[in-house]
Ligand binder design. Structure first.
Ligand code: AMP
Ligand code: MG
Length: 490
């Protein structure tokens, strides 16, 4: 469809303006469309020609309005690195409109880098090409891995300079999601003691995204349960592919359980539970192995912020929330164990399966083997024969001991090598967005050549395939990969 034929509206703007500020993008100089995701464009039935049109860039850049669009920046607060910050909000993101596709789904169309908003604090409201490309590639890569995430429609770059530690290229990212509401969208009203503002926002989210709960007297409690479950499932999926979110603050946590706000994220190269992907995270608060418990901490903040919705009696509300929060660990464990069973290619379940996975991870950590490559090559394992994977380990005896137990386990369920290989290759990706891959594409893009961004994007959209385009990115990272540092500055 052409841009003018899309059905724009903005139901978030139908809420009271206590939840947002109306604001239009401040045009960025001469933006040029440099990359786009076909599969994201299909979500809103947008033609590739329409995406490339002058009207589209004028709309995204705030030069032209579209009927029905009602641009705004959303208000939120959040716990950043454990400390409550009372006002954050979209400091450089503007929700331009919502688009309803032909299947009846609604997608937020948000521009990131569209200039200052009332929530910009000391920021310039801009985004640099480097972090825009990282978010673009990773959003679409996560989607292709099957992990819930916001989507990235396209990237524009601009000759306008943006000042960070160095002068960088200005850019715009067009992001899409069913909703951008965060844990922090509720915290802001709880801490301001504006409890009456919680219900209209919660009802908006429930009406739009949890229709099965609409009209239930206990809908807020059931919704909290859903958020806890969606979050537990999300984090188990992150851990399974070795993804770490660099800034797991409550303002970056989606109430729909989506991966949200890609800043200094990272994928494991070698398996290291203590991996810290954000150079500015000095204490390692968001180290890889801590993310499951950080999610519970964040969920506790969220639950606290909606206590007034659960019961007028504070004590009763607290008990209800606590009872649900206590289910997080077992939900998470179940999701994690299922992910690991899938990664190991197990069809049936035995009591000792989680231990089998844990023992492999311990060996991987001890010998610092590559996480993605090891799990991918495990699919060619065959009980009784020597496996390629063995060579990755320094302690071959320890690996052989493990392999004996694993082989016996496979034989107990009469596992078929060929079938298992197919099932394992569909869950253990051949490639993930390693930092060095992003860095290589970014360096070329900053020099004006976007072909590597597109090439990498095409491979990342098929991470489970085995063809040459994908395998070109499936090798060990080069030595310089260790030296890359990614921080909050973006
Ligand atoms: P983050 O942790 O990157 O998700 O961002 C934390 C807060 O800082 C959010 O409220 C952002 O909107 C805001 N922010 C980040 N970068 C900028 C910027 N360049 N200009 C204005 N606000 C920003
Ligand atoms: Mg954020």
């Amino acid at each position: 469809m052409k841009l003018q034929s899309l059905q724009f509206d903005n139901r978030f703007a139908a809420l009271s303006d206590i939840y947002y500020s109306r604001v239009r993008p401040t045009p960025l100089q001469a933006p040029v469309l440099t990359s786009f995701s076909r599969s994201a464009a299909e979500l809103i039935d947008l033609d590739v020609d329409a995406l490339r049109s002058a009207e589209f860039v004028a709309f995204i850049n705030g030069d032209e309005d579209c009927a029905g669009a009602d641009p705004l920046a959303m208000l939120y607060a959040g716990h950043q690195f454990g400390h409550y910050v009372q006002q954050l909000g979209d400091g450089r993101a503007i929700l331009l409109a919502q688009v309803r596709n032909q299947r009846g789904e609604s997608w937020d169309l948000q521009v990131k880098g569209g200039g200052k908003t009332p929530y910009s604090r000391d920021g310039d409201g801009r985004a640099v090409l480097r972090s825009t490309i990282r978010e673009y590639l990773c959003s679409e890569a996560m989607h292709a891995l099957g992990i819930p995430t916001t989507r990235a429609l396209c990237v524009f770059s601009s000759p306008e300079d943006v000042y960070r530690e160095r002068i960088e290229t200005g850019a715009l990212l067009v992001r899409m999601a069913p909703s951008h509401v965060r844990f922090g969208s509720f915290e802001v009203f709880y801490y301001r003691q504006q409890y009456e503002q919680l219900a209209p926002l919660a009802d908006h989210v429930i009406d739009e995204h949890f229709p099965e709960l609409v009209g239930n007297d206990d809908r807020y409690l059931r919704w909290l349960e859903r958020v806890i479950d969606l979050t537990a499932s999300l984090i188990a999926q992150w851990q399974a592919v070795g993804f770490a979110h660099g800034v797991m603050n409550t303002d970056n946590m989606s109430v729909l359980g989506l991966t949200l706000d890609y800043g200094p994220f990272g994928f494991l190269d070698q398996y290291d539970p203590e991996f810290i992907c954000n150079h500015s995270d000095y204490q390692g608060r968001y180290a890889f192995a801590k993310q499951p418990s950080v999610a519970l901490w964040n969920l506790s903040c969220f639950a606290q912020s909606i206590l007034p919705l659960l019961s007028p009696e504070p004590e009763a509300a607290g008990e209800m929330a606590l009872a649900l929060l206590k289910t997080y660990q077992s939900r998470y464990d179940q999701y994690r164990d299922q992910q690991m069973a899938n990664k190991l290619g197990l069809r049936t379940s035995e009591t000792d399966d989680p231990e089998l996975g844990r023992r492999l991870l311990l060996l991987m950590a001890k010998d610092q083997v590559d996480y993605t490559i090891s799990f991918r090559s495990l699919s060619s394992f065959s009980p009784g024969s020597e496996s390629d994977l063995r060579d990755q380990f320094r302690d071959r005896d320890a690996f052989d001991d493990w392999a004996k137990v694993y082989g016996a386990r496979l034989q107990r369920e009469n596992s078929d090598d060929h079938e298992r290989r197919q099932a394992m290759d569909a869950v253990n990706p051949a490639i993930v967005l390693r930092n060095y891959l992003a860095q290589t594409a970014i360096a070329q893009a900053e020099a004006g050549d976007f072909s590597e961004v597109d090439h990498l994007m095409r491979a990342l959209s098929r991470p489970y395939d085995n063809d040459a385009d994908v395998l070109a990115y499936a090798g060990h990272p080069p030595d310089w990969a260790d030296q890359i540092s990614v921080s909050c500055s973006s």
